[in-house]
Design a binder for this molecule. Structure first.
Ligand code: NG1
Ligand code: MG
Length: 519
């Protein structure tokens, strides 16, 4: 790559929609320019991973259930130059926004020591790079990695529920793989599917007990479609296209601007929810006479599968897969009512009671299910489990509507109403049962429905961050204008029109992670 060349400029046109392409080209060019200024040489390649917006299926990936996100155009780029002399294995990672994100420099430790220290209690941005770097090297068992000079540029807003963290981790995984690839034996380069699994594992080094939706979407998304992602029994991604008879569907992302840093709040929010759903799975398994493995590892999806195996469930002839899933999920909802709907459990239980119901000592429960610190007065089994089964039912319905609308010759109005209704119900459940919404998300989703959205819900972990609304494409400009006037001008009058364009916008589906080399 010569100094004047910008990495394969034509290729990036498949990543961004027309309105965003010009600014994307400028950003790629300035990344190369800044890289040269910083390191005195041109990068060998640029790795890219997108953020995502989850359309439906919140907080159920770590319970083993399928989810339906879509990769967005906002992304993480890492420009990389490799040390090919074999003499220097130093890694430097800087951010184009160096005022906010200080650089990290390290010499990798031996493989047995995990290459690089990551302190999950220190909430620094470079942890996400280190996590991806360590994860991929461990997986590939590279003894002496090549040095890497890196510069990162990110446009996925942090703490907005659009997965800036996973975009970064996946990008670091990709960048590290590309840089170290020549050290691998022939035929040992991991597939994209394997990279997604490595990325899921890697992000846990930063201390969140995440489910895997974000990394799978960032790595495996296909252009022009959302992704239906299953986790059990194996990771599987199926593209879900929107009905071609309805070309005018748009998803508008609107950030509440309440940031929710998942790593910081994990003990009382995200990781606590993971523990509650794990506890719920164990107790339901005990109630249904399902054997629990020694490891204790059993999520709600496994409980569902085991239950229907045990009772020898056979679907009535002619039922579709979606109908079968819905029948099973409905029945699990009834099991939740029966087991957790009692006065004693319905409004939450103490840790002592949780352990008693789990038939474990407090020490044993902690060892099996609490790998990261959590804090709670009461643990909610009823509400969390009820959300999980109900939310998965909505995912199945949402996908089924997208896939069948054409054959059923449904009108745009019908499809919008059906999909929007499911999104609204998801928001209701996140708010009331999963307790992961907040006042501003409630305000923004209600405003969205009043302003022409067919449905509106939080996206990502919640407790702040962005909403996603289903809006017919021709109504998008008016819709955005109303949100600007009635939410942003009211709560954030300090923001300019231009700044607001990065806060409330429609995103086309983007494609998954890739690396780009110069010509
Ligand atoms: P965000 O919104 O990126 O914090 C998190 C988890 C997902 C999923 C959603 C809730 C990570 C990396 N991401 O997303 O796995 O559980 O919350 O549906 O942990
Ligand atoms: Mg995240």
């Amino acid at each position: 790559m010569s100094g004047a060349t910008i990495p394969v400029i034509d290729d990036i046109s498949i990543l961004y929609s027309e309105p965003k392409l010009a600014s994307a080209r400028a950003r790629w060019a300035s990344l190369v320019h800044d890289f040269e200024q910083l390191y005195g040489r041109v990068p060998d390649f640029i790795a890219r991973s997108p953020g995502r917006v989850n359309l439906i299926g919140e907080h159920i990936d770590y319970a083993g259930f399928g989810v339906l996100p879509m990769a967005i155009e906002d992304d993480c780029l890492i420009a990389v130059a490799i040390d090919n002399t074999g003499s220097d294995s130093t890694v430097k990672i800087s951010n184009t926004n160096s005022a906010k994100y200080p650089a990290l420099k390290f010499v990798p430790k031996p493989a047995a020591q995990g290459y690089v220290d990551i302190d999950p209690q220190a909430h620094v941005w470079s942890n996400y790079f280190a996590a991806g770097y360590r994860g991929v090297l461990e997986d590939l068992q590279i003894e002496k990695p090549k040095g890497m000079l890196c510069l990162m540029s990110g446009t996925v807003p942090a703490g907005a529920g659009l997965s800036s963290s996973s975009a970064f981790v996946c990008c670091a995984v990709n960048a590290t793989l590309k840089a170290q690839e020549s050290l691998l034996p022939v035929g040992k380069t991991p597939t994209a599917h394997e990279l997604a699994i490595i990325s899921i594992r890697s992000e846990r080094y930063v201390g969140t007990m995440g489910g895997g939706m974000d990394q799978a979407c960032s790595i495996l998304a296909k252009p022009n479609s959302a992704c239906f992602i299953e986790f059990h029994p194996v990771l599987k991604v199926t593209p879900v296209a929107f009905p071609t008879t309805i070309p005018s569907i748009a998803f508008v992302i609107a950030d509440t601007l309440v940031t929710s840093d998942k790593a910081v709040t994990a003990p009382v929010r995200y990781n606590l929810r993971v523990v509650e759903t794990r506890g719920a799975a164990r107790i339901l398994a005990l109630a249904l006479g399902i054997p629990i493995p020694e490891s204790g590892k059993l999520h709600l999806k496994q409980v569902l599968d085991a239950h229907f195996n045990k009772i020898g469930y056979t679907p009535t002839a002619g039922k579709t897969e979606a109908e079968i899933d819905i029948e099973k999920l409905t029945e699990m909802g009834q099991v939740v009512e029966r087991v957790f709907g009692t006065d004693e459990i319905k409004n939450g239980v103490t840790f002592e009671k949780l352990c008693e119901l789990s038939q474990l000592s407090e020490v044993e429960f902690t060892r099996l299910y609490i790998q990261q610190p959590i804090r709670a007065e009461r643990f909610h089994l009823y509400r969390r489990a009820k959300h999980v089964f109900g939310e998965e039912k909505r995912v199945v319905e949402f996908r089924d509507i997208c896939e069948k609308a054409e054959a059923k010759k449904q009108s745009a109005e019908t499809v919008f109403s059906l999909l929007g209704g499911l999104m609204d119900a998801s928001q209701g459940s996140c708010h009331e049962l999963f307790d992961c919404s907040c006042d501003q998300l409630e305000e923004l989703t209600k405003l969205a429905r009043r302003s022409g959205a067919y449905g509106s819900r939080l996206t990502g972990a919640g407790w702040g961050g962005a909403s996603v609304s289903l809006v017919p494409e021709d109504k998008v400009p008016a819709f955005i204008a109303t949100l600007k006037k009635e939410y942003y001008n009211k709560h954030h009058p300090e923001l300019s029109e231009e700044e607001l364009d990065n806060v409330v916008f429609a995103s086309a589906p983007s494609s998954g992670a890739a690396t780009f080399v110069g010509r």
